[in-house]
Design a protein around this ligand. Structure first.
Ligand SMILES: Nc1ncnc2c1ncn2[C@@H]1O[C@H](COP(=O)(O)OP(=O)(O)OP(=O)(O)O)[C@@H](O)[C@H]1O
Ligand SMILES: *[C@@H]1O[C@H](CO)[C@@H](O)[C@H](O)[C@H]1NC(C)=O
Ligand SMILES: *[C@@H]1O[C@H](CO)[C@@H](O)[C@H](O)[C@H]1NC(C)=O
Ligand SMILES: *[C@@H]1O[C@H](CO)[C@@H](O)[C@H](O)[C@H]1NC(C)=O
Length: 350
Protein backbone atom coordinates (compact mmCIF):
# COMPACT_ATOMS: atom_id res chain seq x y z
CA UNK A 1 0.00 0.00 0.00
CA UNK A 2 1.09 3.62 -0.45
CA UNK A 3 1.28 4.12 3.31
CA UNK A 4 3.60 1.16 3.66
CA UNK A 5 5.77 2.58 0.93
CA UNK A 6 5.98 5.95 2.70
CA UNK A 7 6.66 4.30 6.04
CA UNK A 8 9.56 2.33 4.59
CA UNK A 9 11.11 5.59 3.38
CA UNK A 10 11.09 6.71 6.93
CA UNK A 11 13.56 4.14 8.22
CA UNK A 12 16.69 5.67 9.78
CA UNK A 13 14.96 9.08 9.86
CA UNK A 14 16.11 9.71 13.44
CA UNK A 15 19.84 9.64 14.11
CA UNK A 16 21.37 9.45 17.60
CA UNK A 17 25.00 9.20 18.64
CA UNK A 18 26.31 8.83 22.18
CA UNK A 19 27.62 6.64 24.96
CA UNK A 20 26.14 3.14 24.76
CA UNK A 21 25.98 1.46 28.14
CA UNK A 22 24.69 -1.96 29.05
CA UNK A 23 22.29 -1.41 31.96
CA UNK A 24 22.56 -4.21 34.48
CA UNK A 25 19.71 -4.16 37.00
CA UNK A 26 19.37 -6.41 40.02
CA UNK A 27 17.83 -6.46 43.45
CA UNK A 28 20.90 -6.69 45.68
CA UNK A 29 21.43 -6.82 49.45
CA UNK A 30 22.94 -4.41 51.94
CA UNK A 31 26.17 -6.45 52.15
CA UNK A 32 26.70 -5.91 48.45
CA UNK A 33 26.20 -2.15 48.77
CA UNK A 34 28.56 -2.05 51.75
CA UNK A 35 31.23 -4.12 50.04
CA UNK A 36 31.44 -1.54 47.23
CA UNK A 37 30.82 1.50 49.41
CA UNK A 38 27.52 2.37 47.72
CA UNK A 39 24.78 4.56 49.18
CA UNK A 40 21.26 3.12 48.70
CA UNK A 41 20.20 6.11 46.59
CA UNK A 42 22.96 7.52 44.43
CA UNK A 43 24.36 8.04 40.97
CA UNK A 44 28.13 7.79 40.59
CA UNK A 45 30.90 7.02 38.11
CA UNK A 46 32.72 3.74 38.70
CA UNK A 47 36.11 3.94 40.39
CA UNK A 48 38.85 1.31 40.56
CA UNK A 49 37.18 -0.31 43.57
CA UNK A 50 34.09 -1.03 41.46
CA UNK A 51 35.96 -2.92 38.72
CA UNK A 52 34.90 -6.39 39.95
CA UNK A 53 31.41 -5.27 40.91
CA UNK A 54 29.69 -5.76 37.56
CA UNK A 55 30.80 -9.38 37.13
CA UNK A 56 30.03 -10.15 40.75
CA UNK A 57 26.54 -8.73 40.38
CA UNK A 58 25.90 -11.02 37.42
CA UNK A 59 27.20 -14.07 39.33
CA UNK A 60 25.40 -13.39 42.60
CA UNK A 61 22.03 -11.96 41.65
CA UNK A 62 19.33 -12.39 39.07
CA UNK A 63 20.14 -9.57 36.66
CA UNK A 64 18.17 -7.95 33.89
CA UNK A 65 19.92 -6.33 30.95
CA UNK A 66 18.81 -3.30 28.94
CA UNK A 67 20.36 -1.18 26.21
CA UNK A 68 21.18 2.05 28.05
CA UNK A 69 23.03 5.35 28.06
CA UNK A 70 21.17 8.68 27.81
CA UNK A 71 21.02 9.07 24.02
CA UNK A 72 20.42 5.41 23.30
CA UNK A 73 17.59 5.51 25.85
CA UNK A 74 16.00 8.50 24.16
CA UNK A 75 16.10 6.99 20.66
CA UNK A 76 14.84 3.71 22.11
CA UNK A 77 11.84 5.51 23.62
CA UNK A 78 11.27 7.29 20.29
CA UNK A 79 11.29 3.92 18.49
CA UNK A 80 8.90 2.51 21.11
CA UNK A 81 6.49 5.43 20.60
CA UNK A 82 6.63 4.93 16.82
CA UNK A 83 6.42 1.11 16.99
CA UNK A 84 6.48 0.54 13.21
CA UNK A 85 8.32 0.57 10.95
CA UNK A 86 11.26 -0.80 12.91
CA UNK A 87 14.62 0.93 12.68
CA UNK A 88 13.33 4.47 12.35
CA UNK A 89 15.99 5.23 14.96
CA UNK A 90 19.69 4.79 14.16
CA UNK A 91 22.26 4.79 16.94
CA UNK A 92 26.08 5.07 16.83
CA UNK A 93 28.48 4.62 19.73
CA UNK A 94 31.48 2.59 20.82
CA UNK A 95 31.53 -0.80 22.59
CA UNK A 96 34.05 -3.55 23.36
CA UNK A 97 34.48 -6.96 21.75
CA UNK A 98 33.16 -8.87 24.73
CA UNK A 99 30.16 -10.65 26.23
CA UNK A 100 28.52 -7.46 27.51
CA UNK A 101 28.90 -6.02 24.00
CA UNK A 102 27.13 -9.05 22.54
CA UNK A 103 24.29 -8.67 25.03
CA UNK A 104 24.04 -4.96 24.25
CA UNK A 105 23.72 -5.71 20.54
CA UNK A 106 20.95 -8.23 21.26
CA UNK A 107 19.12 -5.75 23.48
CA UNK A 108 19.34 -2.95 20.91
CA UNK A 109 17.93 -5.34 18.34
CA UNK A 110 15.07 -6.31 20.63
CA UNK A 111 14.12 -2.64 20.88
CA UNK A 112 14.16 -2.34 17.07
CA UNK A 113 16.80 0.40 17.10
CA UNK A 114 19.26 0.21 14.20
CA UNK A 115 22.42 0.28 16.30
CA UNK A 116 25.80 0.34 14.54
CA UNK A 117 28.56 0.20 17.10
CA UNK A 118 32.23 0.87 16.61
CA UNK A 119 33.73 -2.26 18.18
CA UNK A 120 37.27 -2.03 19.53
CA UNK A 121 39.29 -4.28 21.82
CA UNK A 122 41.22 -1.81 24.02
CA UNK A 123 38.36 -1.13 26.44
CA UNK A 124 35.42 -3.26 27.63
CA UNK A 125 31.80 -2.38 26.85
CA UNK A 126 30.46 0.41 29.06
CA UNK A 127 28.04 -0.60 31.81
CA UNK A 128 25.64 0.98 34.24
CA UNK A 129 24.74 -1.06 37.28
CA UNK A 130 21.42 -0.38 38.97
CA UNK A 131 21.63 -1.90 42.43
CA UNK A 132 18.14 -2.01 43.85
CA UNK A 133 17.27 -2.34 47.55
CA UNK A 134 13.61 -1.82 48.33
CA UNK A 135 12.54 1.50 46.84
CA UNK A 136 16.13 2.66 46.54
CA UNK A 137 18.43 2.44 43.59
CA UNK A 138 22.15 3.02 43.40
CA UNK A 139 23.52 3.67 39.91
CA UNK A 140 27.17 3.06 39.05
CA UNK A 141 28.25 3.93 35.51
CA UNK A 142 31.45 2.77 33.87
CA UNK A 143 31.88 4.51 30.50
CA UNK A 144 34.87 2.39 29.41
CA UNK A 145 34.55 1.73 25.65
CA UNK A 146 31.93 4.47 25.25
CA UNK A 147 34.81 6.93 25.65
CA UNK A 148 36.64 5.48 22.66
CA UNK A 149 34.37 6.51 19.76
CA UNK A 150 36.50 7.67 16.82
CA UNK A 151 35.27 9.67 13.84
CA UNK A 152 37.80 8.25 11.38
CA UNK A 153 37.25 4.67 12.58
CA UNK A 154 33.45 4.71 12.33
CA UNK A 155 31.49 7.87 11.41
CA UNK A 156 33.60 8.53 8.29
CA UNK A 157 33.16 5.02 6.87
CA UNK A 158 30.99 5.12 3.77
CA UNK A 159 28.30 2.68 4.93
CA UNK A 160 27.96 4.54 8.23
CA UNK A 161 27.91 8.02 6.75
CA UNK A 162 25.14 6.86 4.39
CA UNK A 163 22.97 6.27 7.46
CA UNK A 164 23.74 9.78 8.70
CA UNK A 165 22.69 11.16 5.31
CA UNK A 166 19.45 9.19 5.43
CA UNK A 167 18.29 10.91 8.63
CA UNK A 168 16.28 14.11 8.89
CA UNK A 169 16.40 14.63 12.64
CA UNK A 170 19.61 14.36 14.69
CA UNK A 171 19.94 14.06 18.45
CA UNK A 172 23.08 14.02 20.56
CA UNK A 173 23.39 14.44 24.34
CA UNK A 174 25.93 16.93 25.65
CA UNK A 175 27.72 14.04 27.41
CA UNK A 176 29.18 13.05 24.05
CA UNK A 177 31.09 16.37 23.91
CA UNK A 178 33.54 14.71 26.30
CA UNK A 179 34.11 11.89 23.80
CA UNK A 180 34.23 13.15 20.21
CA UNK A 181 33.61 16.82 19.46
CA UNK A 182 34.75 16.32 15.86
CA UNK A 183 32.09 13.64 15.30
CA UNK A 184 29.38 15.94 16.69
CA UNK A 185 30.54 18.82 14.51
CA UNK A 186 30.57 16.70 11.37
CA UNK A 187 26.96 15.58 11.95
CA UNK A 188 25.85 19.07 13.04
CA UNK A 189 27.32 20.70 9.92
CA UNK A 190 25.71 18.09 7.69
CA UNK A 191 22.32 18.85 9.25
CA UNK A 192 22.81 22.59 8.93
CA UNK A 193 24.06 22.43 5.31
CA UNK A 194 21.03 20.36 4.34
CA UNK A 195 18.46 22.29 6.39
CA UNK A 196 17.76 19.26 8.59
CA UNK A 197 17.08 19.41 12.35
CA UNK A 198 20.00 19.06 14.74
CA UNK A 199 19.17 18.77 18.45
CA UNK A 200 21.44 18.73 21.47
CA UNK A 201 20.89 18.17 25.17
CA UNK A 202 22.81 20.17 27.79
CA UNK A 203 22.89 16.86 29.75
CA UNK A 204 24.54 18.08 32.95
CA UNK A 205 25.84 21.19 34.70
CA UNK A 206 29.47 20.05 34.25
CA UNK A 207 28.97 20.04 30.47
CA UNK A 208 27.89 23.70 30.62
CA UNK A 209 30.95 24.50 32.76
CA UNK A 210 33.98 22.31 32.07
CA UNK A 211 33.03 21.69 28.42
CA UNK A 212 31.74 25.18 27.71
CA UNK A 213 34.16 25.80 24.85
CA UNK A 214 33.20 22.60 23.01
CA UNK A 215 29.53 23.21 23.71
CA UNK A 216 29.72 26.68 22.18
CA UNK A 217 31.46 25.33 19.06
CA UNK A 218 28.40 23.17 18.45
CA UNK A 219 25.77 25.73 19.51
CA UNK A 220 25.67 27.64 16.17
CA UNK A 221 24.36 24.43 14.56
CA UNK A 222 21.77 23.61 17.22
CA UNK A 223 18.14 23.85 16.09
CA UNK A 224 16.64 22.41 19.27
CA UNK A 225 18.31 22.73 22.66
CA UNK A 226 17.03 20.44 25.42
CA UNK A 227 17.81 20.66 29.11
CA UNK A 228 16.27 20.53 32.56
CA UNK A 229 15.95 23.56 34.82
CA UNK A 230 19.22 22.93 36.68
CA UNK A 231 21.18 22.64 33.45
CA UNK A 232 19.48 25.73 32.01
CA UNK A 233 20.39 27.73 35.12
CA UNK A 234 24.04 26.66 34.96
CA UNK A 235 24.18 27.38 31.25
CA UNK A 236 22.76 30.88 31.84
CA UNK A 237 25.29 31.61 34.56
CA UNK A 238 28.20 30.41 32.42
CA UNK A 239 27.01 32.47 29.46
CA UNK A 240 26.57 35.61 31.59
CA UNK A 241 22.86 35.86 30.79
CA UNK A 242 22.26 37.75 34.06
CA UNK A 243 18.85 36.23 34.65
CA UNK A 244 17.48 33.34 36.65
CA UNK A 245 14.08 33.42 34.97
CA UNK A 246 13.81 30.21 32.95
CA UNK A 247 11.67 31.78 30.21
CA UNK A 248 14.23 34.58 29.84
CA UNK A 249 17.02 32.00 29.70
CA UNK A 250 15.15 30.14 26.96
CA UNK A 251 14.85 33.38 24.92
CA UNK A 252 18.52 34.18 25.34
CA UNK A 253 19.60 30.65 24.41
CA UNK A 254 17.35 30.87 21.35
CA UNK A 255 19.03 34.09 20.24
CA UNK A 256 22.63 32.89 20.44
CA UNK A 257 24.37 32.99 17.02
CA UNK A 258 23.15 30.41 14.51
CA UNK A 259 24.48 29.26 11.13
CA UNK A 260 21.32 27.98 9.44
CA UNK A 261 19.11 31.07 9.39
CA UNK A 262 16.22 29.17 7.78
CA UNK A 263 15.34 27.68 11.16
CA UNK A 264 14.95 29.68 14.33
CA UNK A 265 16.41 27.84 17.31
CA UNK A 266 13.96 26.29 19.80
CA UNK A 267 14.85 25.90 23.47
CA UNK A 268 13.01 23.25 25.50
CA UNK A 269 13.56 23.09 29.27
CA UNK A 270 11.80 20.58 31.52
CA UNK A 271 11.17 21.30 35.20
CA UNK A 272 10.09 17.99 36.78
CA UNK A 273 6.46 18.29 37.86
CA UNK A 274 6.35 21.96 36.80
CA UNK A 275 5.54 22.82 33.21
CA UNK A 276 8.00 22.54 30.33
CA UNK A 277 9.26 25.83 28.91
CA UNK A 278 9.54 26.14 25.13
CA UNK A 279 10.26 29.05 22.83
CA UNK A 280 7.75 29.40 20.03
CA UNK A 281 8.76 31.88 17.39
CA UNK A 282 9.37 35.09 19.31
CA UNK A 283 7.30 33.96 22.29
CA UNK A 284 8.00 31.63 25.21
CA UNK A 285 5.36 29.33 26.63
CA UNK A 286 5.16 26.96 29.58
CA UNK A 287 3.32 23.68 28.91
CA UNK A 288 1.90 21.82 31.92
CA UNK A 289 2.99 18.20 32.48
CA UNK A 290 0.57 15.34 33.15
CA UNK A 291 -0.49 15.72 36.78
CA UNK A 292 0.46 12.61 38.71
CA UNK A 293 -0.16 11.56 42.30
CA UNK A 294 3.17 11.36 44.08
CA UNK A 295 2.09 7.90 45.29
CA UNK A 296 1.91 6.69 41.65
CA UNK A 297 5.49 7.77 40.96
CA UNK A 298 7.72 4.74 41.23
CA UNK A 299 11.01 6.00 39.85
CA UNK A 300 11.72 9.33 38.10
CA UNK A 301 15.06 8.11 36.82
CA UNK A 302 15.30 8.46 33.07
CA UNK A 303 12.26 10.75 32.90
CA UNK A 304 14.31 13.39 31.09
CA UNK A 305 15.61 10.91 28.51
CA UNK A 306 12.08 9.61 27.98
CA UNK A 307 10.74 13.13 27.51
CA UNK A 308 13.28 13.74 24.75
CA UNK A 309 12.44 10.38 23.14
CA UNK A 310 8.72 11.16 23.07
CA UNK A 311 9.40 14.62 21.67
CA UNK A 312 11.62 13.27 18.88
CA UNK A 313 9.12 10.54 17.95
CA UNK A 314 6.62 13.19 16.83
CA UNK A 315 9.20 15.60 15.46
CA UNK A 316 10.45 12.98 13.03
CA UNK A 317 6.86 12.60 11.79
CA UNK A 318 6.67 16.37 11.09
CA UNK A 319 4.13 16.95 13.84
CA UNK A 320 3.62 20.34 15.52
CA UNK A 321 5.84 21.37 18.42
CA UNK A 322 2.82 21.26 20.76
CA UNK A 323 2.31 17.65 19.75
CA UNK A 324 6.02 16.94 20.33
CA UNK A 325 5.78 18.32 23.88
CA UNK A 326 2.62 16.32 24.53
CA UNK A 327 4.35 13.14 23.40
CA UNK A 328 7.37 14.01 25.57
CA UNK A 329 5.18 14.42 28.62
CA UNK A 330 3.35 11.20 27.81
CA UNK A 331 6.55 9.14 27.51
CA UNK A 332 8.05 10.67 30.67
CA UNK A 333 4.84 9.92 32.54
CA UNK A 334 4.91 6.27 31.49
CA UNK A 335 8.52 5.93 32.67
CA UNK A 336 8.00 7.49 36.11
CA UNK A 337 5.17 5.04 36.83
CA UNK A 338 7.32 2.00 36.00
CA UNK A 339 9.65 0.22 38.37
CA UNK A 340 13.21 -0.29 37.22
CA UNK A 341 14.36 0.12 33.65
CA UNK A 342 11.31 -1.22 31.83
CA UNK A 343 8.34 0.11 29.89
CA UNK A 344 5.09 -1.53 28.74
CA UNK A 345 4.86 -3.31 25.42
CA UNK A 346 2.98 -0.59 23.58
CA UNK A 347 2.31 3.11 24.05
CA UNK A 348 -1.22 4.47 24.33
CA UNK A 349 -0.66 7.95 22.92
CA UNK A 350 -3.14 9.72 20.66
N1 LIG B 1 6.89 14.66 39.89
C1 LIG B 1 6.50 14.61 38.62
N2 LIG B 1 5.19 14.67 38.30
C2 LIG B 1 4.79 14.62 37.02
N3 LIG B 1 5.64 14.51 35.97
C3 LIG B 1 6.95 14.45 36.21
C4 LIG B 1 7.47 14.49 37.55
N4 LIG B 1 8.81 14.40 37.48
C5 LIG B 1 9.14 14.30 36.17
N5 LIG B 1 8.01 14.33 35.40
C6 LIG B 1 7.96 14.23 33.92
O1 LIG B 1 9.27 13.99 33.43
C7 LIG B 1 9.74 15.08 32.63
C8 LIG B 1 11.22 15.28 32.83
O2 LIG B 1 11.44 15.47 34.20
P1 LIG B 1 12.69 16.28 34.77
O3 LIG B 1 12.63 17.70 34.36
O4 LIG B 1 12.73 15.95 36.22
O5 LIG B 1 13.88 15.60 34.00
P2 LIG B 1 15.32 15.25 34.54
O6 LIG B 1 15.65 16.14 35.69
O7 LIG B 1 16.20 15.23 33.41
O8 LIG B 1 15.06 13.78 35.07
P3 LIG B 1 16.12 12.61 35.15
O9 LIG B 1 17.47 13.25 35.22
O10 LIG B 1 15.70 11.93 36.41
O11 LIG B 1 15.90 11.79 33.93
C9 LIG B 1 8.87 16.25 33.03
O12 LIG B 1 8.77 17.19 32.00
C10 LIG B 1 7.55 15.56 33.32
O13 LIG B 1 6.86 15.31 32.12
C1 LIG C 1 16.45 3.64 51.27
O1 LIG C 1 17.36 4.68 51.54
C2 LIG C 1 17.03 5.49 52.65
C3 LIG C 1 18.11 6.53 52.74
O2 LIG C 1 18.49 7.02 51.49
C4 LIG C 1 16.94 4.64 53.90
O3 LIG C 1 16.47 5.45 54.98
C5 LIG C 1 15.98 3.48 53.69
O4 LIG C 1 16.01 2.63 54.82
C6 LIG C 1 16.39 2.70 52.46
N1 LIG C 1 15.47 1.59 52.22
C7 LIG C 1 15.88 0.36 51.92
C8 LIG C 1 14.81 -0.65 51.71
O5 LIG C 1 17.06 0.07 51.85
C1 LIG D 1 18.47 18.07 36.22
O1 LIG D 1 19.45 17.17 35.80
C2 LIG D 1 20.60 17.14 36.63
C3 LIG D 1 21.60 16.27 35.96
O2 LIG D 1 22.06 16.95 34.86
C4 LIG D 1 20.22 16.64 38.01
O3 LIG D 1 21.33 16.62 38.85
C5 LIG D 1 19.16 17.57 38.58
O4 LIG D 1 18.70 17.09 39.80
C6 LIG D 1 17.98 17.73 37.63
N1 LIG D 1 17.15 18.80 38.10
C7 LIG D 1 15.91 18.62 38.48
C8 LIG D 1 15.25 19.83 39.08
O5 LIG D 1 15.30 17.55 38.38
C1 LIG E 1 18.06 16.17 28.39
O1 LIG E 1 16.93 17.02 28.27
C2 LIG E 1 15.86 16.68 29.10
C3 LIG E 1 14.61 17.48 28.72
O2 LIG E 1 14.80 18.79 28.35
C4 LIG E 1 16.31 16.82 30.53
O3 LIG E 1 15.23 16.59 31.40
C5 LIG E 1 17.43 15.82 30.75
O4 LIG E 1 17.93 15.94 32.04
C6 LIG E 1 18.56 16.00 29.79
N1 LIG E 1 19.48 14.91 30.07
C7 LIG E 1 20.20 14.06 29.35
C8 LIG E 1 20.98 13.07 30.11
O5 LIG E 1 20.32 14.00 28.17
Amino acid sequence: SPTRYLMAGYQNALFGMGNPLLDICAVVDKDFLDKYGLKPNDQILAEDKHKEMFEEMVKKFKVEYHAGGATQNSVKVAQWMIQKPHKVATFFGCIGKDRFGEILKEKAEESYVDAHYYEQSEEPTGTCAACITGDNRSLVANLAAANCYKKDKHLDLEENWKLVEKAKVYYIAGFFLTVSLESILKVAKHASDNNKIFSLNLSAPFICQAFKESLMKVMPYVDILFGNETEAATFAREQGFETKDIEEIAKKAQNLPKVNKKRQRIAVFTQGKEGTVMTKGDKVETFPVIQTDQSDIVDTNGAGDAFVGGFLSELVQDKSLEQCIRAGHYAANVIIRQAGCTFPEKPDFH
